[in-house]
Ligand binder design. Structure first.
Ligand SMILES: [Zn+2]
Ligand SMILES: [Zn+2]
Length: 360
């Protein structure tokens, strides 16, 4: 019988609802880890989703990589996204970030990712030639339809096809496989770590108070997270590392010797980890520090514009949503994150031939 603290602990990693976590955990076989590991093609699909999310820009939201929860259900795992106030941006992230964009030297997106069903804010995806599947949730339908049509039009323009419902490889996927098949093999080798990280993505939120999370990947082996924190709301990195390596819900990561280089184990640091014994791959964790009030306020306004929950904005910036702060002497200004986000939204609606959905 699972205790309430077990459920609460698990939810810090997955972001599941209390009832959802309880139901899932009650069905686990005796002795199973609270967050089971995916195997084979399923682990590969999940690791590829993480890789694609890390490579697509997902800044200025309090949700790690725009993800609200990951339900590690044995039959069909679910990744639920937060639409926030930018559903078109989210739909673009799915349409251009997760699906392959073609070209023999184009690493972006997941080759062979296909839509198996869509509707009611959900998109079920699978990998060609495998049983691996995943449900993507929280994508507003109109935004998704717009993104899908846009990709179909773009594909037509250059004489190819969009991958969504293709029954075989697209010409671009085919060309890539011919040139660079080894990439898939290399990505497969690190897929256990990638899947384990995706299944615990929410610990990056519940375990650290960052202003912004940026993702990146390096070589074929390394998953990178860059956390930018306000000086005033700093979480010591050892706190997050403690959560990441927690004996019950964490991953048995091995710190690459003692790579912490910051003065007091806290600020402006970059730390590398190796995956557990059975799982190849690396985690590259960076901590950046923002000291100036006006810079923190700039993040605050961007988070507010993006529709992040006010409680989280207060927690990570120390101020209520939308707070403006005068530049301190010596600051050269140039705080224009909201202007940048507005421009991005305008470009998107222009591309899709829509009128601007909303003003600021
Ligand atoms: Zn350090
Ligand atoms: Zn300033």
């Amino acid at each position: 019988m699972l205790s309430d603290p077990d459920i609460d602990l698990c939810r810090r990693y997955t972001g599941e609802t209390w009832a959802g976590a309880k139901e899932r955990l009650d069905r686990l076989p005796q002795g199973s880890p609270l967050i089971p590991a995916a195997q084979g093609d399923q682990a590969f699909l999940e690791a590829e989703v993480l890789r694609a999310l890390l490579e697509f820009p997902t800044a200025y939201t309090t949700r790690p990589l725009r993800v609200l929860r990951v339900v590690p259900s044995p039959t069909r795992p679910v990744v639920r996204f937060a639409a926030d106030s930018d559903p078109d941006g989210l739909a673009d992230l799915i349409a251009w970030g997760l699906f392959s964009t073609g070209g023999k030297d184009d690493l972006r997106g997941i080759r062979g990712l296909r839509v198996t069903a869509a509707g009611h804010g959900r998109i079920d995806v699978g990998l060609l030639g495998s049983d691996a599947r995943l449900r993507l949730e929280g994508i507003p339908e109109a935004a998704w339809r717009g993104a899908e049509q846009h990709r179909h039009r773009q594909a037509q323009k250059i004489g190819t096809v969009a991958p969504f419902q293709q029954t075989g490889p697209t010409p671009g996927e085919h060309a890539f496989a011919r040139e660079h098949r080894w990439f898939d093999e290399a990505w497969k080798e690190v897929s256990a770590l990638g899947s384990a990280l995706l299944r615990r993505l929410l610990i990056f939120r519940s375990g650290a108070d960052w202003l912004d999370m940026a993702g990146f990947t390096k070589h074929t082996t390394t998953y990178g997270f860059r956390l930018t924190c306000a000086e005033s709301c700093w979480t010591p990195h050892d706190t997050l590392i403690g959560h990441l390596t927690h004996p019950v819900c964490g991953i048995a990561l091995k710190e690459d010797m003692r790579t912490c280089t910051c003065g007091f184990g806290e600020r402006g640091c970059r730390i590398w980890f190796d995956g557990p014994e059975q799982a190849a791959g690396r985690l590259d964790l960076q901590f950046l520090n923002v000291e100036r009030g006006c810079e923190i306020a700039d993040y605050n306004q961007a988070l507010t514009y993006m529709g992040s929950p006010s409680g989280e904005i207060v927690r990570v910036t120390g101020w209520p949503p939308g707070e403006a702060v005068e530049c301190s002497s010596g600051c050269r200004g140039g705080h224009d994150k909201v202007a940048f986000l507005r421009r991005m939204a305008e470009v998107r609606s222009k591309e899709r031939g829509q009128r601007r959905p909303k003003a600021g």
